[in-house]
Design a protein around this ligand. Structure first.
Ligand code: MN
Length: 204
């Protein structure tokens, strides 16, 4: 086994009522596990690729053999994105960030609510399946982006410090077609400590 499913840092029902237990359990044990299974299967006949980190595989996606490139892009991205996503949530989160990322957000977007509005707009605008992200670009600036499918920002050398899964599998059981309600609820479980740590690791 190359890649294995990481443990959630909290119980499946810990993010209730914002994200329900059944969604978390299916999302983790079926969807995330599925990406891992597909990724491992694709890498089976390429031992040299098995020594690379998931970040390296995706950063160098265009050098991956053609017969598995799309599989690695979709399922490697799915594995990395979800690994990060679980860490970006926690129960009893603080409503707003503290520390350096709070200052950087204020500098870039003005009041925190304006950042949230921009992020919400981006997340709502994803057509079909995809993600909304807050990334640090090559110049160290904070930028909100979206990606389709399971494309990972690192494929374009963009470093995410926060991301939101807006695939229907992330919310449909509880919110059905009401993606904006899911997005609004998700802010209650954002792990700002983790965002701060990742921001510091990138900007030094
Ligand atoms: Mn997902």
């Amino acid at each position: 086994m190359l890649y294995t499913l990481p443990q959630l840092p909290y119980a499946y029902d810990a993010l209730e009522p914002y994200i329900d237990r059944q969604t978390m359990e299916l999302h983790h044990t079926k969807h995330h596990q599925g990406y891992i299974n597909n990724l491992n299967a694709a890498l089976e006949k390429y031992p040299e690729l098995q020594e690379k980190t998931i970040d390296a595989l995706l950063q160098e996606i265009h050098t991956i053999p053609e017969d598995i490139q799309t599989t690695v892009r979709n399922n490697g991205g799915g594995h990395l994105n979800h690994t990060l996503f679980w860490e970006w949530m926690k129960p009893q989160s603080s409503a707003e960030p503290q520390g350096r990322v709070a200052l950087a957000l204020k500098e870039t977007f003005g009041e925190f609510a304006r950042f949230q509005d921009s992020f919400n707009t981006a997340a709502k605008s994803v057509f079909g399946s995809g993600w909304a992200w807050l990334i640090v670009d090559a110049e160290g600036r904070l930028v909100i982006i979206t990606t389709p499918n399971q494309d990972a920002p690192i494929m374009k050398q963009q470093k995410p410090i926060l991301g939101l899964d807006v695939w229907e599998h992330a919310y449909y059981l509880k919110y059905q077609n009401r993606r904006p309600d899911y997005i609004g609820a998700w802010w209650h479980v954002v792990n700002w400590d983790r965002v701060e740590t990742m921001y510091r690791e990138i900007v030094g």
